[in-house]
Design a protein around this ligand. Structure first.
Ligand code: ATP
Ligand code: MG
Length: 272
């Protein structure tokens, strides 16, 4: 079952002489329960692709099908209704943007459920379950986002994206702002999600963060998806010159092995 199908997507920003193309003919399909890593250097169009799939920017050409629903011609109202139904969720690049600074953690988690018509008591119970899923303590529930650490905030953002049990979650650089230990933990949480059958699009400029978790990797270069393949093929037998450059110049892959070492060290600590 295909959860997301993007075909020939063009996105432009600006008008007239300011007009710049941010995405050119991007095509990508994501299957149920699949983890797709979307990598590319800064400005390559990663967040733009995510924003297009959320209806936050309007493509100038192309087709977007979400969970079997062709949303290409949707207007603002239809997009809003789609987002409200919680089929697709987006964790923003900046963890502060994913959360309303004036809402307590409890309200942040409960709100999307109330919008869906879940009764308050059930919503609160579910919020607690999802907080536990991202390994946060219930004592954080009454706090505001500003009263959490960056890592805690990012985990709350992940929990909020999941609480509606979406088909697809797009995570825009979910671990870049985190220190090594938090990065490891968030990556572990994302692996659990895959087990739960939620499709993930994991955006990163760092191949190392993506390689260990993605089934497939899509490489974006100057607005074009230049290569899509299994994570293994991308790392071992990259085809496109840009992908080769990414891999050969990769502090990223040493990060990948460092990531593994961190994970192992952490596991050893936890089981000791
Ligand atoms: N709101 C906007 N108005 C005009 N240009 C924009 C806007 N948002 C992005 N761009 C431009 O579109 C291009 C793609 O931007 P995008 O944010 O998608 O890149 P990215 O791959 O997410 O980069 P990063 O890794 O830095 O987050 C860039 O050239 C950027 O300057
Ligand atoms: Mg971005």
């Amino acid at each position: 079952m295909t959860v997301l199908e993007v075909t020939g997507l063009d996105v432009h920003y600006g008008l007239r002489r300011q007009r710049r193309q941010a995405l050119a003919g991007a095509s990508l399909a994501v299957e149920r329960g699949e983890v797709v890593g979307l990598i590319g250097e800064t400005g390559s169009g990663k967040s733009t692709l995510a924003r297009a799939v959320l209806g936050l920017v309007r493509p100038s050409a192309g087709r977007i099908v979400i969970d079997g629903e062709d949303v290409s011609g949707y207007g603002e109202r239809q997009w809003r209704s789609l987002r409200r139904r919680g089929v697709v969720q987006y964790v923003f690049q900046d963890p502060l943007r994913s959360l309303d600074p004036d809402l307590s953690i409890a309200d942040s988690l409960v709100e999307p459920l109330l919008i869906q018509g879940v009764p308050r008591a059930a919503a609160e119970a579910k919020a607690r379950t999802f907080l536990a899923k991202v390994r946060l303590d219930e004592e954080l529930l009454p706090r505001l986002p500003g009263e959490l650490s960056g890592g805690q905030r990012q985990r709350v953002a992940v929990a909020r994206a999941l609480v509606t049990e979406p088909k697809l979650v797009i995570l825009d650089e979910p671990v870049s702002a985190l220190d090594a230990a938090n990065r490891v933990q968030v990556l572990e949480i994302l692996k659990d999600l895959r087990a739960a059958g939620i499709a993930l699009v994991f955006i990163s400029h760092d191949l190392g963060s993506v390689a260990g978790i993605a089934d497939r990797i899509a490489v974006l270069y100057q607005g074009e998806l230049v290569e899509v393949g299994s994570a293994r093929d991308i790392v071992v037998t990259p085809q496109h010159p840009y992908t080769r450059l990414l891999i050969s110049s990769a502090p990223t892959l040493s990060t990948a092995s460092a990531g593994r070492a961190e994970r192992e060290a952490l596991r050893a600590l936890l089981t000791a």
